[in-house]
Design a protein around this ligand. Sequence first.
Ligand code: FNR
Length: 196
Amino acid sequence: MPTIVLVSGSLRRDSVNTAALATLRRLVTERSAEAEAEVEVEVVPLSIGDLPHFDGDEEQRGDPPAVAAAKSLVARADAVVISTPSYNGEIPGVLKNALDWLSRPYSESALTGRTVAVLSASPGPRGGVDAQLGLVGVLRRVGARVVEHEPVAVGGAEELRTADGDFTDPTVLAGLGSLADAVLAAVGAADARVGA
Ligand code: FNR
């Protein structure tokens, strides 16, 4: 069963990036319901707020439990989808911290060879798209396989989000749906069913 791990770059309870991933998850589910193939997809979130600040001394002593769990989750993922805010044009430090832990040790990075898709969301008009460049740069540097796709950046996200924390705007759904298709194709589950 292909596993897709979702990573929000924001810790905020009402995060528009977490909301974008929730909508992406729904779209993946809908696509699977429409598909005829007997393929199941498991979609699970990874909470980067549980990870301590990277500390080489702590790494020497052995991975803290939250780090070990995160590495294990990513290592068994067929694909990872990361939605990032732009903090002054870059990814938030908490997301960079998670990627740094996941990149270690270099010879055994859970991200090396991993299929990773990226998107961004922001209340601003450009949807935080400028942060994607740095994110893709880090991912390529650690040997991830970044899913080739037109940039998906949800702009004006606070206003477009529904009270349920979902997106129903047709343009947003088209972008997220296209990304969902690309991820499902990348994990070989273009015709898919979705599990927990
Ligand atoms: C921001 N924000 C922001 N937005 C943007 O579109 N471009 C930017 O350069 C920045 N810079 C920035 C820096 C810092 C330090 C913060 C805290 C915020 C606003 C940001 O997009 C907004 O807070 C989003 O709501 C963050 O995403 P979540 O938490 O809603 O997912």
